[in-house]
Design a protein around this ligand. Structure first.
Ligand code: PGA
Length: 250
């Protein structure tokens, strides 16, 4: 059976001490994995990766680490950047193409594609975000984004990729917590999977919290969720994990 994913994107939140506190709260609140089907990934800021990794290095190693971005070069004169090779010292995953990177740092799909390729070369799994900007604009642009990624990757590399359908208008920082309708997300993800052809995970992201998680994971096409705001509240994140564990234990 396929793995299901819950990915916590901490964004630009948490100093070292705050990260330590949050990671310890999450670690202490975790129960033993029910059946190993739910992969828990937390993506703290770069500066907190070492401390968070040391906390999750204990016996409950079901929590994996991800970065929120990286460069495509292995090293060199790229001031302020972090290479995939460096990320691989701590992480197994990297979020790429998040709409906040596309919007504020002008990242486009060709750049995202170079990053995807480089992360896979370095043994990491990219978590690639796609999504339309405005509510009601339709998902044509989303399918185009997906096709551009598919065309740029070999089949072997595509197999290692995870997609997230994240309608930008549903991200809590923009929508104030109004998520997309779960059945709408399911419909779009079904169409994304038709483009992908091969069976790789496609998650949903956008204002997921403990109160709406059940509605999302009940959808047939979803392979999990990417959680932003709710992932930096330990209790909330733990409740999301618990509900996923219960759902997928069935
Ligand atoms: P949100 O963020 O859960 O706070 O909407 C998701 C994301 O942007 O990754």
């Amino acid at each position: 059976m396929n793995k299901k994913f819950v990915v916590g994107n901490w964004k630009m939140n948490c100093t070292l001490r705050q990260s330590e506190k949050l990671a310890k709260e999450i670690f202490n609140g975790l129960s033993e994995a029910k059946n190993g089907r739910v992969e828990i990934v937390v993506c703290p800021p770069f500066t907190s990766l070492p401390i968070v990794k040391s906390i999750f290095n204990g016996p409950k190693t079901q929590v994996k680490l991800g970065a929120q971005n990286c460069h495509f070069m292995p090293c060199g004169a790229y001031t302020g950047e972090i290479s995939p090779k460096m990320v691989a010292d701590f992480c197994q995953y990297v979020i790429l193409g998040h709409s906040e990177r596309r919007k504020y740092f002008k990242e486009d799909t060709p750049l995202v594609n170079r990053k995807i390729d480089a992360t896979i070369e370095n043994g990491l799994r990219p978590i690639v975000c796609v999504g339309e900007w405005k509510k009601g604009e339709g998902a044509k642009g989303v399918f185009h984004q997906v096709k551009q990624v598919v065309e740029a990757l070999t089949k072997e590399k595509l197999k290692k990729t995870i997609f997230v359908y994240e309608p930008v208008w549903a991200i809590s920082a923009i929508s104030g917590g109004e998520s997309a309708d779960p059945s709408y997300a399911n419909k779009i993800i079904k169409q994304i999977k038709e483009i992908l052809v091969i069976n790789i995970p496609v998650l949903y992201g956008g204002s997921v919290d403990a109160s709406n998680i059940s509605g999302f994971i009940a959808q047939e096409m979803l392979d999990g969720v990417l959680v932003g705001g709710a992932s930096i509240k330990a209790k909330e994140f733990l409740r999301i994990i618990e509900k996923m564990e219960q759902m997928y234990a069935k």
